[in-house]
Design a protein around this ligand. Structure first.
Ligand code: DGY
Length: 328
């Protein structure tokens, strides 16, 4: 790159402080009305910029990337998950990809914990009862839920967020179990007092609450398949703040309806932003609009990561958060 400012297109509205800093540093085109870009718009945009800053609402498939103008040299994703970007296709076209890891770990773990507490303790159901003026007074059997302390939490995917959830769950007196492609280092496993299960099937059958923290890749699509969901105890709960595609949502709904799973806390959906109306009809399901990492502090930190990666690109340095193709 020359010393001239890189030209950057941002596909969605970002916090003001992030946009202002970007305007100071780069030659930027912002999305003032925050409309989601169409595929044609994304392709047309590639001819106008060196760097595209997309979010998870922009699907950059191999077909789309194949139509990108060779001018585009970097995709600086505003977000951690890159399942909407075909990283292999980007690499083949000489386009570097970066993301924003770390900075949304605590916020996502907090929201996961809110669901882990809120679903068995029927938090949303109780709040709704008050608002609908249905609270007629305390009785010993009123709104009984389930205690967390002593329950087994099964974490699927023990990366940064999974580990942060494990630490929090220990504070609530839960016993931590996990399934991961790789076992944790012994010191970390000992610190979070976690039990490793090489077999996901075996772990699922023994857990009280299962929470998902792996990325969505071809290998994890429907990882919680109908067969695996059927392994869960009827008293168990499923929490998902990762990606909807990891769970066979149709099968989950059927098992919830049949009382084969006790409840669920979902911040993400298989066909997002569409939410299956059958989920809306269930009292034992807490639904959130993909807000696991939605704090202003987190979004600003994500913006800073995007800026740092673009600056590294402009200076021809290695990208601190470069994403390379995975072959899973
Ligand atoms: C991410 O960054 O992948 C989150 O899901 C967006 O909040």
């Amino acid at each position: 790159m020359s010393r001239t400012k890189p030209t950057v297109v941002v596909t969605r509205k970002l916090p003001d402080t992030v946009e202002t800093r970007m305007m100071e540093l780069f030659d930027v085109r912002l999305n003032v009305d925050d409309h989601p870009f169409t595929t044609d718009e994304l392709i047309a945009t590639s001819a106008m910029c060196d760097v595209l800053v997309p979010t998870l609402t922009d699907v950059l498939s191999a077909e789309v990337i194949a139509k990108f103008n060779p001018r585009l040299k970097m995709i600086a994703n505003f977000g951690n998950g890159v399942d909407h970007i075909d990283v292999t296709a980007a690499q083949a076209r000489g386009i570097m990809v970066s993301n924003t890891p770390d900075v949304l770990t605590d916020d996502t773990a907090d929201m996961t914990m809110a669901l882990i507490v809120g679903v068995p303790r029927r938090l949303v159901e109780g709040a709704r009862m008050i608002r609908e003026d249905r609270f007629t007074g305390w009785t010993p059997t009123h709104m009984l839920g389930h205690r967390l302390a002593g329950k087994r939490l099964g974490i699927i995917g023990m990366g940064r967020i999974g580990t942060a959830v494990a630490r929090r769950a220990r504070g609530f007196g839960m016993t931590v179990h996990y399934h991961n492609r790789r076992r944790l280092q012994p010191e970390l496993e000992a610190e979070v007092e976690a039990t490793y299960w090489e077999s996901l099937d075996q772990m699922l059958a023994r857990m009280d609450i299962v929470t998902i923290h792996c990325p969505h890749t071809p290998a994890t699509f429907h990882l919680l398949s109908e067969r695996r969901l059927k392994l869960l105890k009827p008293s168990s709960y499923v929490i998902n703040t990762a990606r909807g595609e990891i769970v066979d949502e149709k099968a989950l709904i059927k098992l919830l309806q049949d009382g084969k799973i006790a409840g669920a806390g979902l911040d993400v959906f298989e066909h997002e932003p569409a939410v299956n109306p059958k989920l809306l009809a269930m009292n034992n399901v807490t639904l959130l609009p993909h807000m696991g990492s939605a704090t202003i502090e987190g979004r600003i930190a994500m913006g800073e990561k995007v800026i740092i990666n673009i600056r590294a690109f402009a200076d021809s340095h290695a990208l601190p958060d470069r994403v390379l193709p995975t072959h899973t």
